[in-house]
Ligand binder design. Sequence first.
Ligand code: FAD
Length: 388
Amino acid sequence: MSGDPRDRYAVAIIGGGIVGLFTALHLARAGAGPIAVFERGFLSSGASGRNGGGVRQQWETSATVKLAREAVVAWRRFPKEFGYNPYFRQGGYLFLAESDAELAQLDRVAAIVRSSGLPIQRLPADRVAHYAPGLALRTLRGGSFLGSDGTLYPFPAIWGVYEELRRLGVEVFLRTPVLGISRGEGADLRLALERSTVVAPKVVNAAGGWSGEVSRLAGLEVQNVASRHEILATEPMKPFLDPMLIRLSDGLYLSQTMRGELVGGLTVSHPTGTMTGMPSSLEFLRRMGRAVVELFPNLRGLNVLRAWAGYYDDTPDGMPVIGEDPRLPGFFHANGFGGHGFMLSPASTVRVAKSVLGEGTDLDPALFGPGRFLGPARSGSVERLQPG
Ligand SMILES: Cc1cc2nc3c(=O)[nH]c(=O)nc-3n(C[C@H](O)[C@H](O)[C@H](O)COP(=O)(O)OP(=O)(O)OC[C@H]3O[C@@H](n4cnc5c(N)ncnc54)[C@H](O)[C@@H]3O)c2cc1C
């Protein structure tokens, strides 16, 4: 959108990724008053325009399964609701385990997912290839499969929400970085932009991999850490892979798009923190190439067409941060979504909006609240099923 921002909004949202946009949508539908979204780049320039489009309900925490189930319903409804079709294809998610520890993790996940009423299957090794023809992983010990998981195209989802925001009168300012955040008069927070200042009593930090930087602009120390993740797409080939495939040992994920391309990545450790640009590395291409051929020997020689990278916004316990910061009333977190913020966004942002509106949410503050990091340090992660 063009034009200058007003002096004052009811809610100002920092970050024009899927989390910021959906949050604005729920607030606008609730009649929250004038809302602005400030995005320093172009629409979807962050992780929302760079991800693998995976949508799963297999999690190790029942609170996350609940959000994921709700999100799946929302993604199915999306084309009717928004008039844009992200082509959510429910071909399932197939997890691959190669050790006793990984089998035990899948057992824990299956118990939690089953107890929420979803028909997850734990598969012996010889049944796994049924869902992934051509799979030849000699070290395979077993897997799990849930048919209502799937994949979508992120861009139509972003455009659908964006167009609806425009219709509702939400002001989305692109190429408009927020440079400073301070206390204004009374209950207001003041946002410094390049050429002006705006005030709002409620500010939402939906800055994805940059959410730590944005919190620090407001003088808040947080534990979010940005990590760079790479992904690639191959030339198209005849459809053969319905589910999203995840290998637990190296975090490899791989799916086939409707155009026939294979899209996927795996975890390569890079120094943490955001940097200028989002480069791809030869190491990633080499490791990913080897891993894919190990899984599917028939794919040797397949060409990679594109590779790109983006930032996860990680937290120490693998759970997102949703809610008002107790140190700065009016400042709300909607961040820390790791590699899973897109799939959960229709459901997680309903809670962000409720918390901004001062309506209670069903989220356990010990799992999701920003205050959980302010007490004595806790050890270990809560949500450990991080790959894909
Ligand atoms: C390679 C890769 C694969 C992934 N695969 C999946 C997947 O299969 N499924 C899934 O659900 N998720 C996946 N994810 C994660 C998912 O993409 C993110 O969790 C999600 O997009 C986060 O959305 P967001 O709106 O919070 O952040 P973003 O989309 O990153 O948006 C944040 C925005 O804030 C803006 N911003 C930052 N600082 C400022 C500032 N000071 N002022 C104004 N604007 C600012 C940025 O420019 C950015 O556009 C993947 C991520 C990557 C990188």
